[in-house]
Design a protein around this ligand. Structure first.
Ligand SMILES: O=P(O)(O)OC[C@H]1O[C@@H](O)[C@H](O)[C@@H](O)[C@@H]1O
Length: 312
């Protein structure tokens, strides 16, 4: 990027390798305006997403266990190749517990405009024996995390079948949004949709009425969710927009998972403070209901796009 004229030199986006307190490698993306994203190689997981004023937008539990192979209670863990307990693997699959690698020469992503963006490419491959033992398929999962000039965060996933037989998978971006208070926020974009209620053996119900508000535990998979879902946080004067895109033929498979453990379940989770459930809401862009099947050589691309709207 060339320095701009008149207003002094334009800063460049930066990508740095940093260490956390435990000496674990993390990637720090910074855009020219000072917004930032921190990513852990453990789980290929976004841990932090901050505005240019330094406000944290993702919830992270004060009791989160950051040591591999524990999944981290906060940020954006990636559930792959299984969501929840819908299969024989560990809860939410193995991807969130594995070490990912930084990829210097990822396969070309032709539609990506890199202008002003700080981004990094990570990869998870089915190369270790442990993974092959529990999920005997050869795959590559390429993940690009990108922070735009306006502070928007995009995760682009490409899953490739490099196996000689087909395989199926589910994927969820298990996003923990930081909110003022669970009783004060509302969620729009899921009205009138059917959902499977995980608290009632995945029984199917239809959402009624207006926006969702919260007064008890919720654990639901909303089917065929619209392109944009919004979390309104009146007290913090901010709105999160969650947008997801897939290839045309898999669009209808996108769902939105909504989860908050509420008081009783929060007490049972050792990596969540007793009252912390009040300050988090998980809304995941996901493909779960109808898993995605890839034939040998095929690739699937899915995008999660997160943005913030501030009100005065
Ligand atoms: O404790 P975990 O494995 O991170 O899972 C947390 C929650 O994740 C949600 O996505 C699931 O719908 C819940 O059923 C689950 O309890």
């Amino acid at each position: 990027m060339e320095p701009s004229s008149g207003t002094g030199p334009e800063k460049r986006p930066t990508v740095d390798l940093v260490k956390d307190r435990n000496g674990t490698d993390q990637i720090l993306l910074q855009n020219p305006r000072g917004a930032s994203v921190k990513i852990s190689l453990h789980g290929g997981q976004v841990l932090s997403w901050k505005t240019d004023k330094g406000d944290e937008l993702l919830f992270n539990s004060t009791k989160a266990n950051l040591k591999p192979p524990h999944p981290v209670r906060g940020g954006i863990p990636i559930c792959f190749p299984q969501f929840g307990t819908r299969g024989s693997l560990e809860q939410h699959g193995f991807a969130r517990n594995k070490m990912w690698l930084v990829e210097n020469n990822p396969p070309a992503l032709p539609s990506f405009d890199s202008t002003g963006k700080a981004y990094v490419d990570l990869v998870l491959k089915s190369s270790d024996e442990d993974t092959m033992r529990i999920w005997p398929y050869s795959f590559e999962f390429h993940l690009r995390v990108s922070l735009a000039l306006d502070g928007n965060l995009t995760l682009i996933s490409r899953v490739r079948n490099i196996n000689s037989k087909p395989f199926s998978f589910s994927i969820a971006y298990h996003t923990y949004f930081s909110i003022s208070d669970i009783s004060e926020v509302r969620l729009e974009g899921l009205e009138t949709l059917d959902y499977l209620d995980n608290m009632h053996d995945r029984e199917r119900f239809t959402e009624q009425g207006d926006a969702l508000t919260f007064e008890s535990e919720i654990d639901r998979v909303y089917l065929n969710s619209k392109d944009v879902v919004a979390i309104f946080d009146h007290e913090r004067k901010r709105t999160f927009l969650i947008k997801k895109e897939g290839l045309p033929d898999v669009d209808s498979r996108f769902v939105a998972v909504v989860w908050n453990p509420w008081e009783k379940k929060a007490r049972a989770l050792t990596d969540l403070g007793d009252d912390e459930y009040r300050h988090m809401l998980c809304v995941d862009g996901a493909a779960i209901e109808k898993p995605i099947t890839l034939k040998p050589g095929e690739e699937w691309t899915g995008k999660l796009h997160l943005s913030l709207v501030l009100s005065t």
